[in-house]
Write a protein that binds this ligand. Structure first.
Ligand code: S3P
Length: 439
């Protein structure tokens, strides 16, 4: 680092075991939904345990621009008051957040207002046609529809029957939110069910939402009662963030870490199942219900992991966890095959390519081909590399975890964007004993 340079990167230095006990930060998906549903509801919604990350704060700012009150009362405690949404005075900046962009588009589509949606460089590359096409089918009008920036005029929507393929919870949620103010049936079919937090929370706000088995998958439909009434929401801990200290503990010898209050919704727990199949010593205790969702405490200890085959059907339940699973696989014995990963190419970066290149830089044999990734480790990962994150928070956190277990340190070129999902990541990892240095 030269004299005036602001450190942007982080280096993880291999060291002793990780030990400690902490409460997982709030779930990002549920945090966005709590604010948005609050802003659509009559009356007040008090949210506790909100994740105050850059992505969620982008949603909060957008909701204020749409005319709702959305204010912080204390750490993780927010008060939201719903309103009839109005045209925002300026563009809505969704930052790095696909969830903000797609869910807000759906929610705003129900009102006769005009909105310009924008986002950062990464978000402007991500596909939006999957949400603008069905919203147009419901009657919303668009100027630009494939990628941001997109101008939308909403209002006077009708119902829709939509096959959600590939299963995207963001698309499903956008259409359900638009459907709240639409005339006519709203029915979505998924072959492999995606996360159902929107459905669970809509019910808590008094809306009729039905989910039932359909042609081997699931059909989600809105009923007649579509008015939302403000309520209290308690946000469970984010399994996608808990994944980093859990995998770090598994792969770093001498570790014993407890992460509390982690969401255990089966549509989010694919990583846990996979790690257990790999031989991970993970115990789940204190299972309980929190805000309509199952949560529990995870204890993870250093483990001898074995390579496994991860079936394509599991992808929706662990879609954000493949980067850190790839790290676990790099520290295992034997080959791991992951299939059905096409959607990883459309995340904050092309994660399939980013993982394969980063692993190769760290001396681990990894091949991304089509929709799959094969990882063939040969002993403890050499490390000793600098990894390009391409501005992707989960790639950054994953390679920092790898650095803790490698033979030599691993540096990531950027760490600032970790704050989009897990602002306390570095502090939490250091509190467990990890050595992370600014570079
Ligand atoms: C999310 C759904 C997933 C996931 C994203 C959050 C959500 O995206 O990758 O991080 O909150 O609904 P897709 O809907 O594109 O699969």
């Amino acid at each position: 680092v030269t004299a005036n340079a602001v450190p942007q990167g982080l280096r993880a230095v291999p060291g002793g075991g990780l030990r400690g006990d902490f409460v997982a930060p709030g779930d990002k998906s549920i945090s966005h939904r709590a604010l948005i549903l609050g802003a659509l509801a009559q009356g007040e919604t008090r949210v506790e345990g909100l994740l105050e990350s850059a992505d969620v704060l982008a949603t909060a700012a957008a909701l204020r621009a749409f005319g709702a009150a959305c204010e912080r009362q204390g750490a993780g405690v927010w008060l939201v008051k719903g309103a009839a949404w109005r045209s925002p005075k300026g563009p809505i900046d969704c930052g790095n957040s696909g969830t903000a962009a797609r869910l807000l588009m759906g929610a705003a589509a129900g009102f006769p207002i005009e909105t310009l949606f924008g986002g950062d460089e990464s978000l402007r590359r991500r596909p939006m046609g999957r949400v603008t096409a069905p919203l147009a089918g419901m009657g919303a009008r668009f100027d630009g529809a494939a990628t941001l920036p997109i101008q939308m005029r909403g209002g006077a929507l009708h119902g829709i029957a939509h096959r959600n393929e590939p299963a995207s919870a963001q698309v499903k949620s956008a259409l359900l939110l638009a459907g709240l103010r639409a005339n006519g049936p709203v029915e979505l079919v998924e072959r492999a069910p995606s996360r159902d937090h929107t459905e669970i929370m809509l019910r808590a706000f008094g809306c009729d939402v039905e989910s039932r088995g359909f042609e081997g998958g699931v059909m989600v439909s809105l009923g007649a009662r579509r008015d939302l009434v403000g309520t209290g929401v308690q946000v469970p801990g984010d399994p996608s963030s808990a994944a980093f200290p859990v995998v770090a503990a598994l792969v770093t010898p001498g570790s014993d870490v407890i992460v509390r209050n982690v969401l255990l919704n089966p549509l989010r727990s694919g990583l846990l199942d996979t790690l257990i199949e790999m031989g991970a010593e993970i115990q789940v205790s204190n299972r309980r219900w929190l805000g309509g969702e199952l949560v529990g405490d995870l204890r993870a200890r250093s483990s001898r992991l074995r390579g496994v085959e991860v079936p394509a059907e599991r992808a929706p339940s662990m879609i954000d966890e493949y980067p850190v699973l790839a790290v676990a696989a790099a520290c295992a014995s034997g080959t791991t095959f992951m299939r059905g990963l096409d959607e990883l190419r459309h995340k904050e970066s092309d994660r399939l390519d980013g993982m394969a290149r980063g692993l190769a830089a760290c001396g681990v044999e990894a091949a991304a081909e089509g929709e799959s990734l094969a990882i063939r480790p040969a002993g403890r990962p050499p490390g000793g590399a600098s990894v390009e994150t391409r501005g992707d928070h989960r790639i950054a956190m994953s390679f920092l975890v790898l650095g803790l277990a490698a033979q030599r340190p691993v540096t990531v070129d950027r760490a600032d964007m970790i704050a989009t999902s897990f602002p306390g990541f570095a502090a939490m990892m250091r509190s467990l004993g990890a050595q992370l240095e600014e570079v």
